[in-house]
Write a protein that binds this ligand. Sequence first.
Ligand code: OOG
Ligand code: NI
Length: 330
Amino acid sequence: VPALPRELHITLPQECRVPATTVPVLHQVLAHYAARTPRLGVVLDKVTRPGWPGVEALGHDHFAFRTFGVPGLGIASLERVLLPLGYSRVHDDPPLAFPAKKLAAAWFSATDPAARALLPRVFVSEIQVEKLSPRAQDIIRRAAGWAAAAPAEEVLVQVTSALLTGTAPWPAPRLADYELLMAESEYAAWVLAHGYSLNHTALALHRLPPAASAGAASASAASADIRHFNAQLQAAGLDLNPEGGLVKVSPDALLLQSAVVADRLPFDFGCGARRDIAAAYVEFVQRLRLPQYAGLPADQVREEHLREGFEVGNADRIFESTTLAAGAKT
Ligand code: OOG
Ligand code: NI
């Protein structure tokens, strides 16, 4: 297993009622992701270590996974792993839906309120495979169709194994199949190649103190500032997802998100073909204080006082962080 940089570790206090295996599982997922996300290394080396030298742990706002919405897999397959690990599904009304991308999403948070600011939320999306062309459906069924026929416990073991090893529970696809899916849905092609490997972690800027270099104006701010952070990312030579502006802002203006575009890395397709394709990316989130807590002194603000959840308009743009890398020429 690759080593996990120290500041990405998750530490829970003793009193949290979280199963003993949860943090080791999350660390394993992160270690595989960190090893195949060179841009995460740049974020740590060039931005967070120099800008926040005293900070030992960067908080994870959320992890994100992508799946095929087929019987036995999809959001439900990760739900079956997450519930025994001490997570609960959060029901959004209306549900998170992305009709143009043929995607649906759900998210999970720690069941124990004391663990909520420490364990990452988990955002899981699925592509509505039945809405794709017959040819695309055929490719996906050849890879993922086994799950419909297999006993539930077999699927659970396969999904958990893929999660822990950063792989897919099907063989490496043929390049032609990847390209056919890519022409129709970049998301579907990504899942065919990467399966249950972590799509991104989102670092919680609201849990970081203001940066010393942000200037006097921010000295009284409650946390690091996403616009300043983005400027640091750009100064480090990282390309940010520009869709809808560098900072994606929720309609209530309390959920701010940005992302570096995904790394492009060599991938070994079936039959010996090798190509550079979009891999994982890194996201940054700043949750602002809910209006009813506007008067709290900065040192008393905790995660429960901040804007919760996700936002369709933001997520729709964040999804493009892999498209932007996949389309780039090397
Ligand atoms: C997920 C995109 C959405 C967010 O935080 O809203 C997202 C993906 O790219 O799979 O991460
Ligand atoms: Ni995200």
